[in-house]
Design a protein around this ligand. Structure first.
Ligand code: GTP
Ligand code: SPV
Ligand code: MN
Length: 593
């Protein structure tokens, strides 16, 4: 392969001098090359080929047991001025970081191959696409990137001799937790990741580029990179309205993006289409609306809980060409299993750690008895998704009617509420909170503030990021309406009150009706909530109008308690909290009385 881009060539050479691989292989995007890599990975045990009759093109991979999720504590934003990374991010001086990590990278690819992956976030050659090169010594990473992004020779061609590509360097090194670093240099368009082999730490196009670096670029260039799904609701008359929703990791984006409408809507001809399940790049269109495009080409979805009832579309998407990571290996069938797939755990099986697994010892309350890791995942092609939107390949994306924020809250946050306007909606995003999940290392189930579901993903100061939200609102003449949802309110026994999953469509329909001015609402201290009778509960067994009343009720006392925590968080974000946000906070406090 002839590499015309001189910047790419010299950077690859420089990184090879540092890491010293035995050989360098350029990834061209061809099926023949991918197949060759799969064979090599099978030979070393890195990948296990699954039953090709039941799961054609599917493979299983297990990561190291100490390497199963993003590591926020070891993720750094390296800007010249500490203030530009802000108080919420970990910061390191760029020179110090390059120096420190260079020592770890030095010679780390000896005896290994360096793969050069030219990839595009967005449609190759389109105005909104951005290009990156990831260098990695992991075949698993190459095979995942081939699914998650658009990869190969055509990307190099589209890059021409441009120097503005994102330079990503990944080395597995020894998968040493103590020396694991995920570092971003937004001023240099550079990402350095070392000592991990897991998902968001190493598929550098995803969280590192499409969120952290892209959010930085978006602020500079006047657009937004957000942790959002994109879905379309098609009405019986053929018209489609689009919604973007930001929920924290493992809080329901993939599920909502692929939802199957309940019978009351399906029978009338409503359909839901998935444009994206994790990341949205948003721009103001010439028509004055906000447009969203999904820069990815596949789904890196949570396996546990995915089943024929909760998310049949996701399940079908994983039936071919899929890489499963850290799920149970069913040895009798050479297939895969995870908690919540069905009620038939395999008797002869290997757990995610690679040990013989005895399902009879499985105890729901003790995560250490799980067969699949709670953050086990599937990497599947968007093209294999039965409900993929026809607009998926549209480089401009889709016009957005509503933005929805949401978290996992047992109490406080109602099923749904609407903000008063863009500024208030941005404030609603800034005070989002959610219980932590297995998607990141650390405690699970602790409520923490996670503004716009972007706490781990903003590549600069959080206050500046909020200001960017406020400023963007002023540039969108026909801005989407902003809402907040919570599918996770629980009763006194800890059971979810709202059925969730496909039935979330009932809430989306209220949201869209609000956008079109077709339904009234009740004004409360926190925003507009639905009248109970305006949430369609036809066909729901355990939900009555009283249930809805309970779900949309505002508990003033718990909101006042939350206020104290919000103020603490604002103080932590620090000096750059926009005046508009402070104004909104004071107004909320006043309304709560
Ligand atoms: P990331 O890929 O980490 O960004 O996660 P995500 O936001 O795409 O979350 P996902 O859709 O994979 O859901 C995570 C977990 O939440 C799964 O175990 C789901 O079964 C569960 N879940 C999703 N939607 C709902 C819902 O409406 N109600 C309830 N109770 N659980 C849900
Ligand atoms: C998330 O944690 O939000 C994910 C998975 O989507 S990862 O790619 O690991 O970040
Ligand atoms: Mn995510």
């Amino acid at each position: 392969m002839e590499i015309k881009n001189t910047y790419v060539r010299s950077w690859v050479e420089e990184m090879a001098l540092l890491t010293r691989p035995d050989q360098i292989v350029w990834i061209d995007g061809s099926e023949a090359q991918a197949e060759e890599l799969r064979k090599q990975a099978m030979a070393t045990g890195e990948m296990i080929k699954l039953n090709q009759e039941k799961l054609p093109g599917c493979y299983l991979h297990r990561t190291a047991v100490n390497d199963v999720a993003r590591v926020e504590g070891r993720t750094f934003i390296c800007t010249t001025n500490k203030e530009d990374a802000g108080n919420i991010n970990n910061w390191m001086d760029p020179y110090e970081c390059y120096y420190k990590l260079s020592k770890l990278y030095r010679g780390s690819m000896k005896g290994r191959t360096m793969y050069v992956i030219p990839y595009s976030m967005g449609i190759v050659g389109s105005d909104f696409a951005k290009y990156g090169i990831e260098l990695t010594d992991s075949i698993y990473v190459v095979l995942n990137m081939l699914i998650m992004t658009r990869v190969g020779t055509e990307v190099l061609e589209a890059m021409g001799n441009d120097a503005g590509f994102i330079k990503g360097l990944h080395a597995k090194a020894d998968i040493d937790e103590e020396n694991r670093y995920i570092c971003h240099f937004p001023q240099d368009n550079t990402i350095w990741s070392i000592n991990s082999g897991y998902g968001g730490n190493v598929l550098l196009g995803k969280k590192c580029f499409a969120l952290r670096i892209a959010s930085y670029l978006g602020r500079k260039e006047g657009w937004m990179a957000e942790h959002m799904l994109i879905l379309g609701v098609e009405y019986p008359n053929g018209e489609t309205k689009y919604i973007c929703a930001a929920f924290p990791s493992a809080c329901g984006k993939t599920n909502l993006a692929m939802l199957i409408p309940p019978a009351v809507y399906a029978q009338k001809g409503y359909k839901v289409w998935c444009v994206g399940d994790d990341i949205a790049w948003l721009r103001v269109g010439e028509d004055g609306r906000l447009w969203a495009m999904n820069p990815e080409n596949g789904f890196f979805g949570v396996a546990p809980g995915t089943n024929e009832k909760s998310n049949p579309n996701a399940l079908h998407t994983t039936m071919k060409d899929t890489i499963f990571t850290n799920v149970v290996h069913d040895l009798d069938n050479n297939t895969v299993w995870w908690e919540g797939l069905d009620n038939n755990p395999p008797a002869n099986a290997i757990d995610w750690k690679g040990n013989k697994w005895d399902y009879t010892k499985y105890d729901k309350k003790d995560k250490s008895t799980c067969g699949a890791h709670p953050n086990s995942r599937f990497t599947a092609k968007a093209a294999n998704c039965p409900c993929l939107s026809a607009e998926f390949e549209n480089a401009h994306g889709v016009p957005v009617s509503a933005i929805v924020f949401g978290g996992r809250r047992a109490k406080t946050a109602p099923l749904v509420y609407q903000s008063f306007n863009w500024q208030h909606g941005s404030f609603v995003g800034s005070i989002m909170a959610s219980e932590t999940t297995a998607a990141a290392a650390g405690a699970v189930g602790v409520v923490r503030r996670d503004p716009m579901a972007m706490r781990p993903f903003v590549g600069y100061d959080m206050g500046d990021y909020w200001q960017h939200w406020i400023d963007m609102g002023k540039k969108i003449p026909n801005a989407p309406k902003i809402f907040h949802v919570n599918w996770f309110r629980t009763d006194d026994e800890g059971h979810f009150i709202w059925p969730g999953f496909g039935d979330n469509m009932r809430v989306l329909m209220w949201i869209l009706a609000r956008c079109e001015g077709k339904v009234d609402a009740v004004e409360t201290a926190i925003g507009y909530v639905p009248k109970a009778e305006d949430i369609n509960i036809e066909g729901l067994e355990d939900v009555t109008l009283d249930t809805i009343r309970e779900l949309v009720s505002i508990d003033t006392a718990s909101w006042k308690e939350d206020l104290a925590n919000i103020k603490e968080f604002y103080a932590l974000v620090g000096d750059r909290v926009p005046a508009e946000m402070k104004e909104e906070l004071a107004a909320l406090e006043k309304r709560l009385g």
